[in-house]
Write a protein that binds this ligand. Structure first.
Ligand SMILES: [Mg+2]
Length: 232
């Protein structure tokens, strides 16, 4: 028999908040305003690709406790510049500061995110579980005008644990009063969101807009958020 869900837990970055689009807008602004082309960054596309790659690698290390938050923030830009043979710590600090100022005020949501929230809000209690910083994530939600949809906003900073580790899922149940059999997690990351929720005994919806191939078996898989209307 299908489970009766009461609580829906959404991931934020890449699931509701269009991280790639928003980050792209900010990186484009940095590229232009800091005249990176003149400083030796040969093209925006390369800058974007290299930064994204380095950022993802560093985030994984941060999730695994191998580096600190300050390392993540400073190294992603200094390493990107170094890839273009630019050793300029002052510039990399400026890029990092400006990026962090501008990113959370961007407001691009993923396709159908707003409709899905509106639809689900009438039927379920909605919450967020996000590996991110308290102030940054709340700023994103406020600026997009979607913060009021969520009962509990669980950040890794607040819960002192990161998806996929069980502690953050336990913390989320405690804060929301949800039990595992009435909870479902919707997220774009197989290891972080889907495996984490599965280990916590929750059902999961893997949001896979790029239709990447994989060997996992989430409860549901969708490539567009509007498919949620058939599931929920
Ligand atoms: Mg995500």
């Amino acid at each position: 028999m299908p489970k009766q869900y009461k609580h829906i837990f959404f991931d934020l970055d890449h699931t509701l908040w269009d991280f790639d689009k928003n980050s792209g807008i900010v990186l484009q602004k940095l590229y232009k305003d800091f005249q990176l082309h003149e400083k030796g960054v040969t093209s925006f596309d390369k800058f974007y690709a290299i930064y994204t790659d380095i950022n993802e690698t560093l985030w994984e290390k941060f999730r695994n406790g191998q580096i600190r938050r300050s390392d993540l923030r400073s190294k992603r830009f200094s390493r990107t510049l170094l890839a273009f043979k630019i050793g300029n710590e002052k510039l990399s600090d400026q890029l990092s500061t400006t990026y962090l100022e501008l990113l959370p005020i961007q407001t691009e949501l993923t396709p159908h995110a707003r409709e899905v929230l509106e639809y689900c809000n009438n039927k379920y209690q909605l919450h967020l579980i996000t590996n991110g910083f308290e102030v940054t994530q709340k700023m994103k939600l406020e600026n997009c005008g979607i913060i009021n949809y969520f009962g509990e906003i669980i950040t890794s900073e607040k819960s002192q644990s990161m998806k996929p580790h069980p502690t953050i899922f336990e913390y989320a149940m405690q804060e929301s009063g949800a039990s595992s059999n009435e909870s479902i997690m919707i997220g774009d990351h197989l290891e972080v969101d889907i495996l984490g929720a599965e280990q916590a005994g929750w059902d999961q919806v893997y949001y896979n807009p790029g239709k990447k191939t994989h060997n996992s078996s989430p409860t549901h898989e969708i490539s567009s958020l509007n498919e949620l209307f058939n599931i929920l």
